[in-house]
Design a protein around this ligand. Structure first.
Ligand code: ARG
Length: 389
């Protein structure tokens, strides 16, 4: 029997996919990735086995996710279309990497995923798999199976005695990991309708947030956050703390119309409290320590880097090459940023760094001024000369 390794979440689609692949003559091995989505993995494993998987792998990928995917994207300043911190998009190549690894270990002929044919995630899984091993077959049951609706899937599951959880009513499609939540479909498909409060999974609304602001200091070393309020935390704990604090103060919500890779515009809601705080802090620190040209050039790199992540091209040459550039720029991105969190807003309140390029004696308008203003006359004449008529 041919083996297939399926990226399994325990939801309706992947639960049906196990049985559907078996119907097609495959032995199904389920791979469950822990990216900090905070689920009951034992229950999911049980469901996979009862549902017909011959074997289940559960892998805690949180540390690798943060060190090798999230922090590089933070250092890059990667934000898609100005609003999306790419939580889902960053997780996919990592899951795909392990699908391929497990496929090799199990001598499986194929990998499979539960994505639809309309989204970005199918692209991310498949492009990654093909970069890492073009010989592996890829199966996307949801794209080709006969079920036309959720109801038909539920019927199939009942008929085949597949354990599914249909108790909670499903108003939205969610994808969660430690960097953020992606929320779509249901009533959100009308871009004119304000997202109902019940779509948000983590964050308070500004109304519910405390009436008193919270100040938080974040210390970075070479572009990586290390301390909160003077205390060192490991990366996972640090993100977790900022996630809780940000959620309390209503930080990190976004509502956007986004351009998908497959050509569709879609309405997406995101929550990324820790990511929002860290991106703001990191950008402030860069403003203090990077020279003007590096700052400006890095903005164009950030744009491209975000696209590459969004398009599933994490393992492309270009992304890896851009990383080298970004690493070089981060050598002096060390220092502390103080932020004020208040009712959905995250504002910088102060910044300092031993590598600061800010010179008070040049900026000041007081008697301490060391800037020779007479030099500006010649500078301006020459600077503007090419444009005079
Ligand atoms: N649109 C986002 C992306 O392409 C999120 C998709 C996540 N899936 C979901 N079921 N909400 O990365």
């Amino acid at each position: 029997m041919k083996k297939v390794v399926l990226a399994y979440s325990g939801g309706l689609d992947t639960s049906c996919a196990v049985q559907w692949l078996k119907d097609k003559g495959y032995e199904v091995i389920c791979f469950i990735a822990d990216l900090g989505q905070g689920e009951d993995f034992e229950a999911i494993e049980k469901r996979a086995l009862i549902g017909g998987a011959s074997k289940v792998y559960i892998k805690d990928l949180r540390a690798e996710f943060v060190e090798d995917f999230i922090f590089p994207s933070l250092k890059a300043g990667a934000v898609y279309e100005g609003k999306y911190l790419l939580a889902t998009a960053l997780g996919r190549p990592l899951i795909a990497k392990y699908l391929v690894e497990v496929a090799h270990k199990e001598k499986a002929a194929a990998i499979a995923h539960g994505c639809t044919g309309k989204g970005n995630d199918q692209v991310r899984f498949e492009v990654t798999s093909r970069i890492l091993d073009p010989k592996l077959e890829i199966i996307a049951p949801v794209r080709i199976w006969e079920f036309k609706s959720r109801e038909e899937e539920i019927e199939y599951a009942k008929a085949k005695r597949i354990p599914i959880d249909v108790t909670k009513k499903k108003s939205y499609s969610l994808d969660k990991n430690l960097w953020g939540v992606s929320i779509e479909s249901g009533i959100l498909e009308d871009p004119w309708i304000e997202p109902p409060e019940d779509c948000y999974q983590w964050t308070n609304s500004a109304d519910e947030a405390p009436d008193k602001p919270a100040y938080v200091e974040i210390e970075f070393e070479k572009g990586v956050p290390k301390k909160i309020n003077g205390k060192t935390y490991d990366a996972l704990k640090l993100i977790d703390k900022l996630c809780n604090l940000g959620s309390e103060h209503g930080i990190g919500r976004s509502d956007m119309i986004e351009n998908r890779l497959v050509g569709i515009k879609s309405r997406e809601i995101y929550e990324a409290p820790a990511g929002t705080i860290l991106h703001i802090a990191h950008r402030e620190l860069e403003a203090l320590v990077l020279d003007r040209e590096t700052c400006h050039y890095k903005e164009t790199v950030a744009l491209k880097y975000a696209q590459l992540i969004y398009y599933g091209l994490w393992y492309s040459k270009l992304r890896i090459a851009l990383d080298k550039f970004i690493e070089e720029t981060q050598k002096t991105v060390s220092g502390t940023v103080r932020l004020k969190l208040y009712k959905g807003n995250c504002a910088v309140a102060g910044r300092k760094s031993p590598h600061s390029l800010y010179r008070e004696e040049l900026a000041t308008y007081t008697a301490k001024d060391k800037f020779d203003q007479r030099l500006s006359e010649g500078f301006i004449r020459i600077f503007g000369m090419p444009f005079e008529r």
